[in-house]
Design a protein around this ligand. Structure first.
Ligand code: GLN
Length: 543
């Protein structure tokens, strides 16, 4: 899977990343950065995320709970941290890289039903912990270094079996092959202006009571860690001074690996794990970050959605815009617009933007507002990108306002609509459950020649990631095309499915049934995002 073939280490090295004090400290970014710093040293490296919830996967979860649901090539619906890993390590992961309590328990129960435990009483230790270790080791086979992030906070009931499995692995794999990194929070009290280490001390105490002595403390703080705080943490947690890493706030998450490299995180861990010390190759990454920070021109892009109050719900879109920003030499400022506010406040909320994105989504709330935004972009020659539900609503908007099909809709929102321009495929109509019934993951898309899409992709067949049930109704396609809408991408595995639409004559108007944001990478932005940012820039500054 990875392209670096150095290898030659007898044993895989495991680095477990745990969290203390509070959640939301950026453990995911720390883990992604650590993986990247190891990969940049030429070690074959991958990351695993453990989510200690009982859900089997992230598929049925509302974005308000954990942020966006990320989708992998193999169709796995996973935690958004896997998106961070893919972007930081520039790699593609599989569903197995997200281990949940739900997956572990259902495997254990299935084995019990098959009689595989030979009459034993099935218990958390050893059966659940063995299942966890097996899953981690199965992935480890092809790698020199595996970074395993354990979600949640040490002390949570849910994460106990995972911490226990990690503890056992240190014994079984040998002390030189397993290390623990504990990410904690060091608050600064305004009144005394002093960094407080007590919460860190307590959470390390908790970790040690589970039999785990951390090798490294990553101290998250607003400002760089003061020397006195570092010494105190070292003394009370039994971690050497140099292994107490300051991870203070930085402007952008892509700066984190550079900061952690400066702080010596990976250098310390290679020593601790008996790996050869090497200089990491971070030139390209540094160049990218420097360029991003130096951009002066700015365009503003509105993202019109229904989960905009939690920016993590659209994390990959945010990132894809950043990647396109670097590629197009212009900073992108995002204006988050709640679709329902648009319904109430009219078009004024979109005034002054240089481009519009209508992202994916589910359910009725905000759909009319999203269509207002689409219409506004279409009629004002404003660069526009619609994604998944945004693609489907573009079709509905066009049906209503160009074809004059009053009441046209997607049957997801209005099952009684007289014009079901977006509908389920006949074979999909008997749905009785929500989990496991979607078209998920990477499928081939045929991109038609002489179209905007073809110009953007430069290729006839592309693989993009999907997450949807509904489709453009094939019965209406001819009418759409007669009225000037072009379907420039068709599913490679099923000609009935429309994948990309565009509007010739418009400055930039494109929508995709798939989610291009999931494959966007810092050095390799998703073409349709890059095109949007470029068009917005040209509109504002000229070409
Ligand atoms: N709700 C739509 C469908 O299921 C779109 C899904 C999405 O935007 N991810 O087809």
């Amino acid at each position: 899977m990875d392209d670096i073939t150095d290898g030659g280490f007898a044993m895989t090295k495991f680095i477990f990343v745990t969290g203390g004090v509070v959640s939301g400290l950026g453990k995911g970014i720390t883990s992604a950065s650590l993986g990247m710093l190891m990969k940049a040293r030429g070690f074959r490296t991958t990351n695993i995320k453990i989510d200690p919830y009982l859900n089997y996967d992230a598929g049925t979860m509302n974005p308000y709970q954990h942020g966006e649901v990320f989708v992998l090539d193999d169709g796995g619906e996973v935690d958004l941290d896997l998106g961070n890993y893919e972007r930081f390590l520039d790699t593609s992961l599989s569903f197995d890289h997200n281990i949940t309590t739900g997956k572990v328990y259902s495997a254990v129960i299935e084995k019990e039903r098959r009689g595989e435990y030979l009459g034993a009483t099935v218990q958390v230790i050893p059966h659940v912990t063995n299942e966890i270790k097996d899953r981690i080791r199965r992935i480890a086979r092809d790698y020199d270094v595996v970074v395993v992030e354990i979600g949640g906070t040490v002390g949570d009931i849910e994460s106990m079996p995972f911490l226990e499995a990690a503890r056992q692995m240190q014994l079984e794999e040998g002390g030189d092959n397993v290390a623990f990194v504990h990410v904690t929070y060091v608050p600064k009290l305004r009144v005394v202006g002093e960094q407080k280490t007590k919460p860190t001390q307590h959470s390390v105490k908790e970790l040690r009571s589970l039999g785990i002595q951390p090798d490294v403390i990553v101290a998250r703080s607003e400002d760089p860690l003061e020397e006195s705080a570092r010494r105190k943490i070292s003394l009370f947690t039994n971690v050497p001074d140099e292994a107490v890493i300051s991870a203070h706030d930085v402007e952008d998450t892509y700066e984190v690996p550079i900061m952690l490299e400066r702080e010596g995180l990976a250098r310390y861990l290679t020593g601790r794990l008996n790996l050869p010390e090497r200089e990491p190759d971070l030139d390209d990454w540094r160049g990218m970050v420097e360029k991003y920070k130096s951009l002066e021109d700015t365009v503003e892009i509105a993202v019109v959605g229904k989960y905009v109050k939690l920016a993590d719900s659209y994390l990959s879109i945010k990132e894809a815009l950043k990647h396109s920003s670097v590629a197009s030499d212009v900073k992108v400022k995002i204006r988050w617009v709640e679709a329902e506010d648009l319904e109430r406040g009219g078009f004024s909320l979109l005034e002054g933007v240089d481009g519009i994105i209508v992202p994916g989504g589910f359910g009725a709330r905000g759909t009319e507002g999203k269509m207002m935004a689409i219409r506004y972009a279409r009629e004002n020659d404003l660069p526009f990108l619609g994604i998944c539900f945004g693609f489907q609503l573009t079709v509905v908007e066009f049906a209503r306002n160009v074809l004059g099909l009053k009441g046209a809709h997607s049957t997801e929102i209005d099952p009684q609509t007289p014009y079901p321009v977006v509908d389920l495929m006949p074979e999909q109509r008997d749905l009785d459950r929500l989990g496991g019934t979607m078209r998920l993951g990477a499928y081939p898309v045929h991109v038609k020649p002489n179209t905007l899409a073809r110009k953007l992709y430069g290729r006839e067949i592309v693989y993009e990631r999907h997450r949807h049930r509904w489709e453009v109704n094939p019965d209406y396609i001819e009418r759409f095309e007669k009225a000037g809408l072009v379907f420039s991408g068709i599913a490679g595995d099923d000609e009935r499915r429309m994948e990309i639409l565009e509007l010739p004559g418009h400055r930039y108007f494109i929508a995709t049934q798939f989610h291009p944001e999931f494959k966007s990478r810092p050095m390799n932005p998703a073409p349709v995002f890059r095109g949007l940012v470029k068009a917005a820039k040209e509109r504002k500054y000229g070409s």
